[in-house]
Design a protein around this ligand. Structure first.
Ligand SMILES: Cc1ncc(COP(=O)(O)O)c(C=O)c1O
Length: 497
């Protein structure tokens, strides 16, 4: 057995006044000496007796440290031959951290190229750095009016459920969600959105993003074709890409997704993703004719329709059109909704209305992902809905967002009428403003981000390069002053880009 003499042991510095116990200091020292390469595999370790004598400490901490290092496999002993650093530790993993890091970097940059990951993983990182999402300044898309949220009521409800929580709130729970919350959601969707469902079909998720991810996982195989609105929601694109789907753009016009385009070529598609109540990002509503055409295509071809109803609570003037799901007699629609906009995004609560026969698969997929959502917040939100705060908050926010939208349109007309063309229905929490032809919207968004403005470039919503760029401007989270000031800064960003 090759062993290296113990005499090369580097000095051991112990801090006798430290709160860290002596055995722990010794254990840490040996472990670091081994992983940094100062002690090599097979090197002899001094006996506990001699080490204790050398360090002028009692033998007990030395014995304890030895035992721990033996138990963890850093040391090994041989009867009659003492203790040495385990010879099974591979030599090439050892070395000072700086050396290891440098070696790693060289490998990465060298002939090996980028380290291997799945094609799906690599595709996800093709999205450009989104500096416009680095701030919460004016026009941040999907940001509600947080300063108008009834935080007093909310915190009382949180306190009520936290004070003496029953076991049901603290223990593991149903993957589909907290039953009273699912009842409240089913009732709300039936009354307000014309969704036809039972509470047993509601799967509670951490927002629509997870709902999209789980839907993709349950419904799609790699290379399956999915029709996507063009332009469309990048979050949905990401979710379907992680399932390995092939995304096919279908143009939208003033009636929403141009369904006539998919009918002749849509035989082999597995699903279509749509935002019929308020197309994201352009803002139109899908016409009744298109809805029916889409449904009959799905029934005929056995495809799924994923309906993302992300902000239909906010429609100013006209009444919201009922959901597409409500027209579906064949269980082909997967209906997705979220509390991110009507409550606040960090709540991370959303839902899927799952066709009855798919409930076991969706439930199992949720279990495999992260088991279930926080029961505490599901219980709090149930009371918030049942006690009328939810409906009141939506009514108040509808008025507020209508004012904010008007303020934004006015500010654009006055300060940027020569540069921006506003499109989109009178609904939701954002609008699209087209830039002059030839303007690079990503460059404008980056410039605006440097001024603390969050204006999302329209082009990132396209699968194929668009003919004209634009900006998606959220007005939910910005007051009149921030809107006015934001447009001033946006003007400078367009001029100076
Ligand atoms: C089209 C669309 N769907 C869903 C969401 C909400 O996502 P989540 O519920 O995961 O917060 C957004 C937010 O921007 C959206 O624009």
């Amino acid at each position: 057995m090759k062993r290296i003499s113990a005499s090369f042991l580097p000095p051991i510095a112990l801090d006798y006044r430290s709160k860290t116990p002596m055995y722990r200091q010794l254990y840490d020292w040996f472990r670091r000496a081994i992983t940094d390469g100062q002690m090599r595999p097979g090197q002899r370790v001094p006996s506990t007796r001699s080490l204790a004598a050398e360090l002028k400490i009692s033998r007990i901490p030395v014995l304890n440290a030895h035992e721990q290092l033996l138990a963890e496999g850093y040391f090994e002993t041989f009867v009659g031959a003492g203790t040495c650093v385990a010879r099974s530790i591979p030599d090439d993993t050892l070395g000072p951290p700086a050396v290891k890091a440098r070696k790693g970097l060289r490998e990465e940059a060298g002939k090996l190229g980028p380290r291997r990951m799945s094609r799906r993983g690599a595709a996800l990182t093709h999205v450009p750095a989104q500096s416009w999402l680095d701030n919460l300044g004016a026009f941040r898309v999907s940001l509600p009016a947080l300063d108008h949220f009834p935080i007093g009521v909310w915190s009382k409800l949180v306190a009520r459920h936290s004070r003496r929580p029953p076991r049901g709130i603290m223990a593991y729970s149903d993957a589909m969600g907290y039953p009273p919350f699912r009842d409240a959601i089913a009732e709300y969707l039936g009354a307000v959105r014309g969704v036809r469902c039972e509470a047993s079909q509601i799967l509670v998720t951490t927002g629509s993003q997870q709902a999209l991810q789980i839907s993709a996982q349950v419904l799609l195989d790699p290379k399956d074709r999915v029709w996507m609105e063009e332009p469309g929601y990048p979050g949905a694109r990401q979710a379907f890409m992680t399932a390995g789907a092939q995304l096919i753009p279908v143009r939208v016009d003033h009636d929403g997704m141009n369904v006539a385009e998919i009918i002749p070529r849509g035989r082999n598609a597995r699903a279509a993703y749509v935002t019929p109540s308020h197309q994201y990002p352009m803002g139109m509503t899908m016409s009744a004719t298109r809805r029916m055409l889409l449904l009959s295509w799905a029934v005929r071809t056995g495809a799924w329709i994923i309906e993302d109803d992300y902000d239909s609570e906010y429609r100013f003037g006209s009444h919201p059109m009922a959901s597409l799901q409500g027209l579906d007699a064949d269980g082909r629609v997967i209906y997705i909704g979220t509390f991110s906009k009507v409550m606040f995004p960090a709540l991370r609560l959303g839902y899927v209305v799952v066709p009855k026969d798919l409930v076991p698969a969706f439930s199992a997929a949720r279990e495999a992902a992260d088991i279930f959502s926080s029961t505490l917040y599901q219980a709090v939100l149930t009371d918030f809905i049942r006690e009328g705060h939810f409906a009141r908050h939506i009514r108040r926010m509808r008025m507020l967002y209508m004012d904010r939208r008007r303020a934004l349109v006015n500010a654009i007309q006055i300060q940027m009428g020569d540069m921006l063309e506003v499109i989109g229905a009178e609904a939701g929490m954002h609008l699209v403003a087209l830039l002059p032809r030839g303007t690079d919207d990503v460059a404008v968004s980056r410039k605006a981000a440097q001024r603390g403005i969050s204006a999302m470039p329209l082009s990132i919503c396209y699968l194929k390069p668009p003919t004209r760029g634009g900006l998606i401007l959220g007005y939910g989270g910005a007051n009149a002053h921030q809107i006015h000031d934001g447009i001033r800064k946006l003007r400078m960003s367009v001029q100076g880009h």
